[in-house]
Every structure is written in structure tokens, then in C-alpha cells.
Design a protein around this ligand. Structure first.
Ligand code: ADP
Ligand code: MG
Length: 315
């Protein structure tokens, strides 16, 4: 195993960033003009904010980007004094071999308001020599005076089809075989988060040479579709205790959550109805019961009891 794939497959160039075309196009203009305002990247986790910032820095600063670049991560100490001292020390020096210097602060929404105010004063102080790139999950958590000093770029979750394409590319590079269904499932579980998708892919791959749906289910702790199917078949045939045993086993052994169980039961029942293996009248009644269970679990009711009660409706 050669390190995490999320790092190995982090795009190095702006044009290789997946799914943020609109943003990349605008940033390319800054690269062409060799100048940029302060920027703020906002959006959910794992969609390319840090990646884009680094790629932009490299292409706008050129060969000597490293000497002209300061990165302050969320894991670094970022109290007011640290921010001031580090930024001051960095900005005092003139840019070498590049038009200006860039300071990148990741996850600014985790900085206290006081530290944000200190940051704002530094941003004002060094407008001539340095530009800032700030990244955050929620721009609403950033003080207004910082927001108004930045061009704001809103990153969106990455489309399923684009995640699938990327996963297939990585799989081929790594010489793994895969089932299409495995990729589809990863895309489904990742919910637009590319980091999560690549991490699930790698975890599913380490167990063998082919990436299968089964392996993905193991990694994300969802129930195996076959187990759900058996459980429902038992309940439909009147074997409540047998079906209840399967329910408990799945939840304990796989660690599947109540919400996921309901969704998977819904998927199985729907498949039966679509394939004409279940009477539509029965299906309609079951959907009603599934919807109720789903609602109750989300409202905080005990998932095991709710799911067992749902199984009684199948009898
Ligand atoms: N838009 C993207 N295109 C390609 N890979 C991506 C993209 N977004 C995230 N990734 C993958 O996920 C990892 C983490 O992305 P990162 O840019 O740090 O996300 P963020 O800063 O938005 O939380 C990257 O190293 C890369 O492997
Ligand atoms: Mg980041």
C-alpha cells in the first residue's frame, strides 16, 4: 500500500480539479493577469477547496511559489498573537521571483471572532504585498469585514457522474477490477464529497483485488442487500422471530444505523414491487408503514423497537 489515495490523486493543476468548472474558469483569469484579490472559498467538505487553492498558488506564483507562500492550517495554533506574528513576519519580506506573496488560511470558520478581527487588520495592512486565500465551510461564520474584503467562491458538492468517472480512473491507475455496482454505491454513500468517495474506494480495495459491492457495504457498514432480502422474505412468510433475529444480527454485526436500515428496506420492497413480485396493494400499505418508521426514528424513537414493529406489518 502506497499511502492515502486522497493525497496521491489530489489534482496538482487547476484544469484537473473535477466539477468546479465555473470557479476554475474565473481563477484562470487571475493566473493570466498575474494578480488576484483576496479570495474566500466556501462550501462543504471534500469538494476541492484546499486543492484548488494550492493549484492556484502554484500556477500564479510560478517556480518560486514555495518561498512566497504561507499556509496556516486549522491544526496549527491560530490564536490572535500567532496569526499576527506569523503573518507579520511573512509579509515583511518582499516577494522573491514572484509578483506577490500568498497566505492561505484553511477552515477560517474555526477561528474565534477575536482572531478573525486580528486577521482582518493584517489583511488591511499588507494589501500591497500579499493576497489572502481563506477557506471555510460556512461563510456566515466569518465576520462581515473579512467577507467584504474577499471575492467569494462557492464550491458545490460534486455530481455523482463526475465522482464515478474519477473513481473509475483511480481504480484503473491502481490496477483494480471493479463492479459497476460497487462504484455506484460509493457515489451514493459519498453524497458529493470526493474525499469520502476516494477513501471508501481505497478501503474497499485493500481487502482484495476486485472492488465489489460486498466490500463497499462492509466498509460503509451498510447491511448486505441479501440480508435485508432474507429478513423481508421471512417476515412476509409469517416467520416473525426469524426475521427479527436477522434484523438484530445485521444491526449488531454490521453496525448499520436505524435510518440506513429503513432506507434499505424501502429499496428492497420497491424492487419487489417493480419486478411484480409484490402486489401493489400490499406495497402501498408497506410504504405507509416504512414512512412512519422513518419519521419516528428521525424524531429519536428507539430504532430497534421501531424496526421490529415495522416487521410486524409484513406478516
Ligand atoms: N474537485 C475535486 N477534484 C478531484 N479531487 C478532489 C476534488 N475535491 C476533493 N478531491 C479529493 O479529495 C481530497 C481532499 O480535497 P480538499 O481539496 O482538501 O477538500 P476541501 O478542502 O474542500 O475539504 C483531495 O486530495 C482529492 O483527492
Ligand atoms: Mg480543506
Amino acid at each position: 500500500m502506497n499511502g492515502p489515495w486522497v493525497e496521491k490523486y489530489r489534482p496538482q493543476k487547476l484544469e484537473d480539479v473535477v466539477g468546479q468548472q465555473h470557479i476554475v474558469d474565473l481563477l484562470e483569469n487571475y493566473v493570466n493577469e498575474k494578480s488576484m484579490p483576496n479570495l474566500m472559498f466556501t462550501g462543504p467538505a471534500g469538494v476541492g477547496k484546499t486543492t484548488t487553492a494550492l493549484a492556484l498558488v502554484k500556477s500564479i506564483l510560478g517556480e518560486y511559489w514555495h518561498q512566497n507562500f504561507l499556509e496556516l492550517n486549522a491544526s496549527d495554533a491560530r490564536g490572535i498573537e500567532t496569526v499576527r506574528t506569523k503573518i507579520k513576519n511573512f509579509c515583511r519580506l518582499k516577494p522573491v521571483g514572484a509578483p506577490f506573496r500568498i497566505i492561505f488560511l484553511d477552515e477560517v470558520d474555526n477561528m474565534t471572532k477575536d482572531a478573525q478581527h486580528a486577521l482582518r487588520r493584517e489583511m488591511e495592512m499588507y494589501t500591497r504585498t500579499a493576497s489572502f486565500i481563506l477557506s471555510c465551510n460556512y461563510s456566515s461564520r466569518i465576520i462581515d469585514p473579512i467577507q467584504s474584503r474577499c471575492a467569494i467562491f462557492r464550491f458545490s458538492p460534486i455530481k455523482g457522474s463526475e465522482i464515478a468517472k474519477r473513481l473509475e480512473y483511480i481504480t484503473k491507475e491502481e490496477n483494480y477490477d471493479y463492479d459497476i455496482a460497487a462504484i455506484d454505491n460509493i457515489v451514493y454513500f459519498a453524497e458529493g464529497d470526493m474525499r469520502k468517495a476516494v477513501n471508501i474506494l481505497q478501503a474497499s480495495a485493500s481487502a482484495g483485488d476486485k472492488i465489489t459491492e460486498e466490500k463497499v457495504y462492509d466498509v460503509v457498514s451498510k447491511a448486505k442487500p441479501q440480508d435485508i432480502k432474507d429478513m423481508i422474505t421471512k417476515a412476509l412468510s409469517g416467520d416473525f422471530m426469524g426475521s427479527r433475529d436477522l434484523l438484530r444480527e445485521t444491526m449488531v454485526l454490521q453496525g448499520t444505523s436505524g435510518e440506513d436500515m429503513v432506507t434499505q428496506i424501502y429499496q428492497d420492497v420497491t424492487k419487489r414491487a417493480m419486478e411484480d413480485k409484490m402486489d401493489s396493494e400490499v406495497y402501498i400499505h408497506l410504504i405507509e408503514a416504512i414512512a412512519q418508521t422513518d419519521f419516528r426514528i428521525r424524531e429519536g424513537a428507539n430504532p430497534r423497537i421501531q424496526l421490529e414493529s415495522l416487521l410486524t406489518k409484513f406478516l
